[in-house]
Design a protein around this ligand. Structure first.
Ligand SMILES: [Zn+2]
Length: 338
């Protein structure tokens, strides 16, 4: 048994430079008529013989990525949007299985932010806020044993499942709240900051009466139950309706795990056959590649029109290695003023 170590979410220069892009109203993407939300991929491995262009596994990896993206897109038939994703790979033993980076449009000084992906889907009239740049990025670690087919062995991680998980993060399923209560600009806790729309719906109890972020965009330290396992609940109206009036438990283990805490459904609540796609960890073996009614409700609260999954595909195997799934926010920076 082993436990992979989560690579913490950190901003970096290259990613930060992608931030702060302004809307260009003169450039409105023209897209063919489509059904479902679509994803397009730009591979950093193109031209190499590694990762997604590995001579042996590359084609299977690209096919699995495309298949998983189509599966997730089928939950969103209401949108004619193509999301541009930068795809890269690593081979670092002991790293995170996979990581999603979400980018954010030119950011206000305070408020609740949508990811670029979220903005592009929900407000297509604004064109493509990121122009030809990717809207988000995913990185996969091929040091692990992966299964790319629809029959994943008990010793491999389910690539399509992990892909769907990471793609859901890019849709805005993730928090900016740090262990100390800092937000996107890492301001002193207690000062107004930027947060995600997801954060807007986090509360310190299932009843949802006490939100973590106040109406003036400050972290409410009196509501800080970030390590009560679970002490944080998603309390949007659709989430409450989906969970008999109670908030949906969010991953908030006793040891705050940056990149995992606050940004996943709760692993201690949703266990065994009740595990959810957006739990913080994943076992080896075939997983259920579907969004539950809870995750659908959360995404609806984030602004999306959803359709429920017609049929669950439950193929559980014995638990093997547990891998952590990463979500890295890109640290936002304040927009420059001309
Ligand atoms: Zn994750």
């Amino acid at each position: 048994m082993g436990l992979t170590v989560l690579r913490l979410w950190r901003g970096n220069g290259a990613m930060s430079r992608k931030l702060g892009l302004i809307l260009a109203s003169s450039l409105v993407a023209t897209m063919a008529t489509q059904a479902d939300l679509q994803f397009s991929f730009t591979y950093a491995d193109l031209g190499s013989s590694t990762g997604f262009y590995d001579p042996t596994d590359g084609q299977a990896r690209r096919d699995a990525l495309t298949g998983a993206a189509a599966a997730l897109g089928s939950y969103f038939p209401a949108y004619n949007t193509t999301i541009d994703l930068a795809i890269s790979s690593t081979g670092l033993s002991g790293g995170t299985l996979a990581t999603a980076n979400s980018f954010y449009p030119n950011s206000p000084s305070t408020g609740f932010l949508r990811t670029l992906v979220q903005e592009k889907i929900l407000h297509p009239a604004g064109g493509d806020p990121n122009l030809s740049q990717p809207d988000a990025s995913l990185a996969f670690n091929f040091a692990y044993s992966w299964g790319y087919s629809d029959s994943v062995s008990g010793s491999s991680y389910d690539f399509k499942y992990v892909t769907m998980h990471e793609l859901v993060h890019t849709l805005g399923f993730g928090s900016f709240i740090s262990a100390s209560g800092q937000g996107g600009y890492l301001r002193t806790p207690g000062l107004a900051d930027v947060w995600t729309v997801f954060d807007q719906f986090l509360a310190d109890s299932a009843a949802g009466t006490h939100k973590l972020i106040t109406a003036d965009f400050t972290f409410d330290s009196t509501a800080a139950q970030l390590t009560q396992n679970p002490g944080v609940f998603f309390v949007g109206p659709n989430a409450l309706a989906a969970n008999a009036g109670k908030g949906i438990p969010i991953y908030s283990p006793a040891a705050f795990a940056a990149g995992s805490s606050m940004s996943h459904t709760d692993d201690s609540t949703y266990t065994g056959v009740d595990r959810l796609l957006m739990n913080a960890t994943v076992n080896t073996g075939q997983q259920t590649r579907t969004l539950s009614s809870y995750e659908t409700a959360i995404l609806t609260d984030l602004g999306y029109a959803m359709v429920p999954e017609p049929e669950a595909m439950a193929c559980w195997t014995a638990a093997g290695l547990v891998g952590l799934l990463g979500w890295r926010r890109v640290r936002v920076r304040q927009s420059r003023r001309a």
